[in-house]
Design a protein around this ligand. Structure first.
Ligand SMILES: Nc1ncnc2c1ncn2[C@@H]1O[C@H](COP(=O)(O)OP(=O)(O)O)[C@@H](O)[C@H]1O
Ligand SMILES: O=P(O)(O)O[C@H]1O[C@H](CO)[C@@H](O[C@H]2O[C@H](CO)[C@@H](O)[C@H](O)[C@H]2O)[C@H](O)[C@H]1O
Length: 412
């Protein structure tokens, strides 16, 4: 970049991104056509790296994205997003050097124009200790890179101004000594709309961790569903200690559920009637205990490592505005998320796991789930409605799974 005109760089990049972005798994455009892409900030890092924040304009609004980029003269055409003169701009997450440079910048607590890099107290990061990098290569909403096989750097993609709830919650639970989350070792921040905004977070890489989804669908090992229930309840307890408790007015909650249902109605293939009844009945419940929760809990968000469950990715629903992701909810929302996930596995053992999970959750939390059946069912249906929208946008071949869950249980 030093030898490149920033205006020419931004112009070439913005133009090329209109076509490049829609093919990225993490791009949340949902089939909409971007009218234009504007580069709103560029921070130079390492010898060949740039952290860019771009604004993508659609007919119905603007979304911001974070793009770690590498600049290389020898970049193969297939990897190049845009060329400025002889220099090819490529996705920095796949670059052999850029992620290591980001690690070193965190270890050194570096500040450059437009970005700051930080290591957490007592993280023990030492520059130069991460010499290799590889993209994790899993299906995800952001992009995670494994560094030196010891660390994992999650580069957030779609941005909302401010502290990312994933970093906020991991940090808070880590400080409380929770054994069900990985510690935060470092973070990267940029600026968006004049607000310090999280661009990345560094955790230890658990090389032998297995995802709950893989354990439930691909492994012959017994699934520790009861322990998962206990772990979720333990995390919920610590979330109350860290962020406090509240109550929700049942009438307001009912209206919120119905609003989400109405918004999704065109995608539900006429399957919304039972959910409507259940959501309407929520208005008659007593005030609902609420707190910060995970917000998008499913079996891909839990890892089994060294005989314990860890919860990851406290970012909430990727498409929700950040205020909603940080809002308090009933903890049963997370319980419902895991139940939906058991249903997604299609395993004949799913009902058994669900029962064990609920037993573990009830025992650890002291919540009598039988007394809260109506609310739990409402959250399961709300999650299924969310999933119909999510799958329609991202994986249309799976939309039948949540659609099936919206059918009244006694329906033929
Ligand atoms: N500390 C870790 N060690 C090993 N693997 C991890 C770790 N954190 C996350 N992963 C893996 O990375 C995947 C994506 O992480 P996640 O935080 O869910 O990203 P996203 O928000 O992009 O979906 C997870 O499903 C998990 O398999
Ligand atoms: O992990 P993310 O934060 O990106 O969550 C989104 O993607 C998930 C899929 O990867 C999606 O989860 C849905 O599919 C899962 C199976 O692939 C299933 O276990 C979940 O229960 C189901 O919700 C999640 O909803 C979405 O927010």
């Amino acid at each position: 970049m030093t030898t490149m005109n920033p205006a020419a760089f931004a112009e070439a990049l913005g133009t090329a991104l209109v076509d490049w972005l829609p093919d990225r798994r993490w791009f949340a455009g949902g089939g909409r056509t971007a009218r234009d892409v504007e580069v709103v900030s560029l921070a130079q890092v390492g010898g060949n790296g740039v952290l860019a924040v771009v604004a993508v304009r659609f007919a119905d609004g603007v979304e911001h994205y974070h793009l770690p980029l590498a600049l290389r003269r020898d970049a193969p055409d297939a990897e190049v997003i845009a060329r400025v003169g002889e220099v090819g701009i490529t996705d920095g997450a796949d670059d052999p050097d850029l992620p290591c440079a980001l690690f070193d910048a965190m270890a050194r607590n570096l500040r450059v124009s437009g970005a700051s890099f930080r290591s957490e107290p007592r993280s023990g990061l030492v520059a130069g200790r991460a010499r290799s990098s590889r993209a994790l290569g899993v299906e995800q909403s952001n992009t995670s890179v494994v560094l030196g096989e010891r660390y994992v750097l999650k580069l957030f993609r779609r941005l909302a101004p401010g502290l990312n709830p994933d970093l906020e919650v991991h940090r808070a639970l880590g400080l409380l000594g929770s054994e069900h989350v990985v510690p935060v070792l470092g973070a990267i921040e940029g600026e968006l709309d004049g607000t310090r905004t999280t661009l990345g977070v560094l955790h230890p890489f658990l090389a032998h961790a297995e995802e709950g989804w893989d354990l439930a669908t691909r492994s012959a090992a017994p699934f520790a569903a009861r322990e998962l229930g206990e772990a979720v309840a333990a995390v919920h307890r610590r979330l109350v200690i860290a962020f406090g408790a509240a109550t929700l007015d049942a009438g307001e909650l009912s209206r919120e559920l119905l609003t989400r249902l109405d918004a999704a109605a065109p995608l539900l293939h006429g399957r919304g009637a039972w959910a409507r009844e259940v959501f309407t009945a929520v208005a008659g419940l007593p005030p609902v205990p609420a707190q910060r929760v995970h917000g998008d809990l499913h079996l891909g968000q839990v890892l089994r490592a060294d005989g314990r469950w860890l919860l990851i990715d406290f970012e909430g629903e990727p498409s929700a505005p950040v205020a909603r992701r940080r809002a308090v909810h009933s903890p049963l929302r997370d319980v419902a998320g895991v139940l939906r996930s058991f249903d997604y596995t299609g395993s004949p053992l799913a009902p058994v796991w669900a029962a064990e999970f609920l037993r573990g959750y009830a025992d650890e939390s002291g919540i009598d789930l039988d007394r809260h059946r109506a609310l739990l069912t409402a959250y399961e249906l709300d999650k299924a409605v969310y999933e119909v929208v999510y799958e329609t946008r991202n994986r249309p071949d799976r939309v039948h799974v949540p659609l099936r869950a919206l059918r009244r249980p006694d329906a033929a």
